[in-house]
Design a protein. Sequence first.
Length: 137
Amino acid sequence: MSPFGSVDDARASAWAVAIAGGSADRAVGMEEIALILDRWRYQPIWTQKDNERVLSLCECYFDNDDNLVAWTDPLSAPQGDSADDLRKDIIWMLAAIIKWEPVLYNDLAPGIKFTRNTADAEDLIAQMTAQDGPHDH
């Protein structure tokens, strides 16, 4: 088990290279990686596929000055070790979608500044829950 909790050693090594700007030669200490891995959030992103804009999320990692330093590939689905963990993950994802404007995935770069969504979160939630969905019986 890694000193980062659920982050495995391979992922920590990948972050060490990403934090070093893609250079495996720069020494990045485990403490620096641990600090950055503690400072993350979901970010709405979009990609282009078959002339269609596809929205998703990725994990973004920040330094102590709130500068983006690393990010994951687009996520395929929420995950959790239990139903409670899965619910929490989905809530964090939904909060990110409400709070942040999507950015083009290929535009992600160290130090990029993200734009907060100007819409009122309560209005967005009301709109989502007012629509009849497939499980609203």
